[in-house]
Design a protein around this ligand. Structure first.
Ligand code: S3P
Length: 179
């Protein structure tokens, strides 16, 4: 694990593709550590008064990415928080740099097929609305892999329950912060 001394780690940040379980795992981790849980998508929806689908349709993806980047800047002073991030957020290097200042960054990883299984019945993700969602997952995951792999810890959540993944996250956090 690459955790350098210029970082002051007081938070847990979960990154990874859509459908990898960031929010479910994040909530369990937050409850266990008695941390606040923050979901970047939920906060953006709450603040804008719009669903992510509407933001994409009315304002476009770049506007959504701008909201994500603004939110990241605000989190600099956060402590004792589990931050669950939207799947595209770490593709902006500034967002990842920002998270790394204060958080242990863990990436939840699943195969494209498993992701497809999990998201196929859901409709709240505009990125997957096209005719070939599995193909889109494959290409997007391949394109994002270099960003996801910059996480401090990569966790393959295939064959593991959310609770097991959460335990792994907690153990890694405790190892680094010695709490
Ligand atoms: C996105 C993932 C979504 C949400 C938006 C775009 C992406 O979050 O931010 O629909 O680009 O991968 P989840 O990863 O929580 O589904």
């Amino acid at each position: 694990m690459r955790v350098t001394t210029d970082r002051h780690i007081t938070n847990v940040a979960l990154i990874g593709f859509m459908g990898t379980g960031k929010s479910t795992v994040g909530r369990i981790v937050a409850e266990h550590l008695k941390f606040e849980f923050l979901d970047t998508d939920a906060l953006i929806e709450e603040r804008s008064g719009k669903k992510i689908n509407e933001i994409f349709a009315q304002n476009g993806e770049p506007a959504f990415r701008e909201l994500e980047a603004q939110l990241m800047q605000e989190l600099d002073s956060r402590t004792n928080t589990v931050i669950s991030t939207g799947g595209g957020l770490p593709t902006n290097p500034a967002n990842l740099d920002s998270l790394k200042k204060h958080s242990l960054v863990l990436c939840l990883w699943l195969s494209p097929e498993k992701i497809f299984e999990r998201v196929r019945e859901q409709s709240h993700r505009p990125i997957l609305h096209g005719p070939d969602p599995l193909g889109k997952i494959r290409t997007l995951l391949a394109a994002r892999e270099p960003f996801y792999k910059q996480a401090d810890v990569l966790i393959n959540s295939d064959l593991r329950s959310a609770r097991e993944v959460a335990t792994q996250v907690i153990n890694q956090f405790r190892l680094v912060t010695r709490t």
